[in-house]
Write a protein that binds this ligand. Sequence first.
Ligand SMILES: NC(=O)c1ccc[n+]([C@@H]2O[C@H](COP(=O)([O-])OP(=O)(O)OC[C@H]3O[C@@H](n4cnc5c(N)ncnc54)[C@H](O)[C@@H]3O)[C@@H](O)[C@H]2O)c1
Ligand SMILES: [Zn+2]
Length: 366
Amino acid sequence: MHSIDILVPSHKSKYSVLVGTDIIGQISKFIDLSGYSSVYIITDSNVARYYLDTVKDVFAHELHRKDIHTYIFQAGEQHKQLGTVEAIYHDLAEKRIDRKALIVNLGGGVVTDLGGFAAATFLRGIACINISTTLEGMVDASVGGKTGVNLGILKNYVGVFAQPKLVIADSNTLKTLPDRVLLQGYAEVIKHALIADKRFFEESIKISPLKMDDDMLLQAITRSIEIKAQIVQEDETEKAARKLLNFGHTIGHVIESLSMNTDKPLYHGEAVAIGMVAESYISYLTGMIDENEFETIENAVRNVQLPIRYIAKTTVKKVFEKLVTDKKTESGNIKWSLLMGIGVGEFNVAVDDKFVREAIEYILAP
Ligand SMILES: NC(=O)c1ccc[n+]([C@@H]2O[C@H](COP(=O)([O-])OP(=O)(O)OC[C@H]3O[C@@H](n4cnc5c(N)ncnc54)[C@H](O)[C@@H]3O)[C@@H](O)[C@H]2O)c1
Ligand SMILES: [Zn+2]
């Protein structure tokens, strides 16, 4: 098992992320449960089917009692909304959950974002832990303290920074994930490698995560979390270095939301993979990386079986306009997070519109 400590400078505290196989059953070794008045597990309808009984039993056994509360909401990004949080608040109140309770978020990024937000805001904050069950969740969503929900179609518009007490990433849970869901999470692994660690990049792109054994996957997850940890503890609230984590996401978010209204919606990680190709192309056009480096990146994304083009009935104009409208709330020009080399990210880069258009054209070309 690997343990990564994440410092939270604003609270002068830290929490651990535990990565391993068969570790869910050993939770009590890693957190002292004796001080908590009750345990309240939040999960979604898919994850509940596979893991809720196991996790419930672990806590019931550790706490020597059966009154472990659970809340299951309908799986899916469309339920990451305030309405779901409000329903949870009512349930928490009805069950008389007090400030000494422990909330356990069991699931992927949707559960840890939403459950983390509910925990941070109910009674002005209750302790929570994340048991992450998707690759996206393990390497990204469950770590770093960003919690929140969507406001209608506006992604992650409502939320707070709040850190969990502990994060558990048990590779066993990845076995029940559909291939496409596992694969899309790997885009964030490649992102972490590209912005911070060339050697890790070279290692992580050798084979697709769908063909990796447990050990290889665990290594990729661990290194990926270490990179994110280093960045978020340096810049908790995204004033500076944390912006690096947005690499691939500026154009990625635009095509993710454009794809929602089509018959082929993209998963977040798939859109980020295409976004990373586009933003690496911008890095190339602006002279920050050379053609060889760009081709290495594009081939790597393709080789791990992630998409590198956005195939849809759209135009450069439409994508560009959406990009500009989405970013309207930011004053002035878009500040890009790009690459200065493989393994070297750079944030707050201003880019001429003509390069942005050219990069969009590139990813729209068949
Ligand atoms: N807070 C952050 O820093 C951060 C970072 C990245 C992503 N996110 C958020 O995370 C969300 C995406 O995360 P995700 O990809 O994990 O989505 P998700 O939580 O919706 O999970 C994807 C699907 O897999 C199912 N599932 C989860 N675990 C499973 C398992 N072990 N076996 C079988 N099925 C399982 C879920 O029910 C869901 O249908 C987005 O809302 C995104 O905004 C947040
Ligand atoms: Zn992402």
